[in-house]
Design a binder for this molecule. Structure first.
Ligand SMILES: [Fe+2]
Length: 194
């Protein structure tokens, strides 16, 4: 099973890994992350290319996560290896959380500063914010169920687990499709230095 990683989805995103690290920052580098968020909030000093690249990177990582979860759901129960199941369980929450940190702390302030004239931007970002909360809560449930399955599969209702996995990745794919269709073009329509 190919597990989703934070390495990006394909060759076109290979260069964006460095961009992602630069824009998102690392946990231990909170000061630098704060500076990036402040610059995004002002709409200044954050490259449009880097912003779009980081957004695409996070979307691709989440798409890979959805594919891995779908593959696992299709293999339930006999063809699922415990180590694959545990590795995937551990990756679910961190992947969606990292994406949400970028969107909430860097992308959304940037959009509010640079795209203030876009109709219903505030409502759209509020809705996406709400979906982030729901997805993170759901990701925690998925994590716990997958760990429980790996620990003792006789104790887990496989049909319920399959239904839960499908509910999670279908909802996440819908969220990503909206962002790819509406949010990414908003960023890409901007120009640096304006
Ligand atoms: Fe999002």
């Amino acid at each position: 099973m190919n597990l989703p990683t934070n390495k990006g989805a394909d060759a076109s995103d290979a260069g964006n890994e460095r961009v992602a690290l630069r824009v998102v920052g690392k946990g231990a580098n909170a000061g630098a992350r704060r500076t990036g968020a402040d610059r995004a909030a002002n709409g200044n000093g954050v490259s449009v290319v880097a912003m779009a690249g980081t957004l695409k990177h996070h979307m691709n990582v989440q798409h890979n996560l959805c594919s891995a979860l779908e593959t696992l759901a299709d293999k339930l129960p006999a063809d699922v290896r415990n180590d694959d199941c545990l590795a995937l369980a551990r990756s679910v929450y961190p992947i969606v959380h990292r994406s949400h940190v970028f969107e909430e702390q860097t992308l959304f302030p940037f959009l509010k500063a640079r795209c203030a004239g876009v109709p219903e931007l505030g409502e759209t970002l509020d809705r996406l914010h709400g979906e982030h909360w729901e997805d993170e809560a759901f990701a925690e449930e998925v994590h716990h169920e997958l760990v429980a399955f790996a620990a003792d599969r006789s104790e887990v209702n496989v049909e319920k687990l399959s239904y839960m996995l499908r509910g999670f990745f279908v909802g996440l794919r819908r969220h990503l499709a909206f962002e790819r269709e509406h949010v990414l073009p908003m960023v890409e329509a901007l120009e640096d230095g304006r």
